[in-house]
Design a protein around this ligand. Structure first.
Ligand code: CUA
Length: 421
């Protein structure tokens, strides 16, 4: 190519700038405060992990600069200066310089020690709640399923109706939204019922694997109330990438209120003056269609996710249809949903899928993938396989049992599930 010299030079600069921009973009360095950024920690465990990352980075940077400078110095100082240098015999090989070699070994050992000290103390620190905080620890068991998370609250019991209609205590669990008291150390037992998953809340702690036949755990603390994004971080099958969850940290009083609300049996919507007239009037025409892979949540979760979550806790003042909700409650058994899902108080005790007693009060459904509103819930129960390919509800539920839902059925089920605040 016969290009003028300045053009070649110019295009070389452009190429370098583009490559640098590409590296910055690929490394995600523009979004250091994103919802899953480890550079914006909200608790002591994540902060310790970030500090360790920076220590390693700085040590590596010093080594890079020193080695790079020596290399550059040697390349410039001993470069071939003319035709004669280029064809000269290489100098005789020397054995080496003991002083230089010993100092290099010493420097390498020193830098490894500098990295090892915070690494070991960080491993020790993140292993379990510090002794002085043990008494204040709140314990929860998280279990991985393909592809969702179950959370058992070991120190709480919930109320449910036994077959004779008597109120009894039962274990209390929830799914995909881990609600914790802010400021307190949380000890989380990590379990799995199938394959290896990995539990990770980038701003709080992790990642630690959930291993079959092995009892792992981690601990974390959220500095203050907040709403955090979590993610399974170990490939666990075709829908691994959409196996997500949320962590909601609340102040002491709000956390207590939440626990009390969860312990109660399922909410019953009955005919009162404030509600609709009571015919099972289908409203399905209002549901919209979704494209595959369309984003599943609105920007209310970008603005103030904790407030968006709070808004889900209270039942709507108007617009609930008791007759339609009752129809949905019956369909929940008729369509065999109840053989996998628990709704305490409605007599449904399935344990294969997420507990749904208060599903209407969660901010997300389908393992943190979709916002929990009427449209997205309809999208989920209408075509679960489009949302989360290969999921158990589709394969072992819809397909295996030949479950077919009419638009009227879907509408009733959406109304029932949304009423479970
Ligand atoms: Cu579970 Cu990836």
């Amino acid at each position: 190519m016969f290009l003028p010299k300045y053009i070649t030079k110019f295009s070389r600069w452009i190429g370098t700038a583009a490559a640098l921009a590409g590296i910055v973009l690929l490394s995600g360095c523009f979004w250091l405060d994103g919802p899953q950024s480890t550079f914006d920690p909200s608790g002591p465990v994540a902060r310790r992990q970030m500090d360790l990352f920076y220590t390693t980075c700085w040590v590596s940077l010093v080594i890079f600069v020193v080695v790079g400078s020596v290399l550059a110095y040697a390349m410039i100082k001993f470069r071939a200066r003319g035709e004669a240098d280029e064809h000269a015999e290489p100098p005789e090989q020397a054995h080496g310089n003991p002083l230089v070699e010993i100092s290099l070994i010493g420097a390498s050992v020193l830098s490894l020690v500098i990295i090892a000290i915070p690494t070991l103390s960080g491993i020790w620190y993140s292993f379990d709640v510090p002794v002085e905080d043990k008494a204040d620890t709140y314990e929860i068991t998280a279990t991985g399923y393909q592809w969702w998370f179950k959370f058992d609250y070991l120190s709480e019991t919930a109320q449910t109706l036994d077959p004779s209609g008597k109120l009894v205590n039962a274990p209390f669990s929830t799914a995909n939204e881990l609600v914790i008291p802010a400021g307190r150390p949380i000890h989380i037992n990590l379990r799995t019922v199938d394959v290896i998953h990995s539990f990770w809340i980038p701003k709080l702690a992790g990642k630690v694997d959930m291993m079959p036949n092995r009892g792992n755990h981690l601990w974390l603390r959220s500095d203050k109330p907040g709403y955090f994004w979590g993610q399974c971080a170990e490939f666990c099958g075709e829908s691994h990438a959409v196996m997500r969850f949320r962590v909601i940290a609340l102040g002491p009083k709000e956390f207590n209120d939440w626990v009390n609300a969860q312990m109660a049996p399922a909410r019953k919507v009955t005919l009162t003056a404030g509600t609709d007239a009571g015919q099972a009037k289908a409203q399905f025409a209002e549901y919209r269609a979704f494209r595959r892979n369309e984003a599943g949540y609105s920007n209310t979760f970008d603005v103030s996710p904790l407030d968006a979550w709070r808004a889900k806790q209270v039942p709507p003042a108007t617009g609930e249809n008791p007759a339609l909700i009752q129809k949905g409650r019956e369909l929940f058994a008729a369509k065999t949903c109840s053989s996998c899902h628990t709704v305490r108080g409605d007599g449904y005790i399935g344990v294969v899928g997420p507990e749904l007693t208060h599903v209407g009060a969660r901010s997300t459904i389908a393992a943190g993938l979709l916002e929990n509103d009427r449209d997205e819930l309809h999208r989920w129960i209408h075509a679960p396989n489009e949302v989360k390919p290969g999921n158990t509800m589709w394969v072992a539920g819809y397909l295996a049992n030949g479950i077919k839902l009419t638009p009227e059925d879907e509408d009733a089920l959406v109304n029932y599930l949304q009423s479970l605040k």
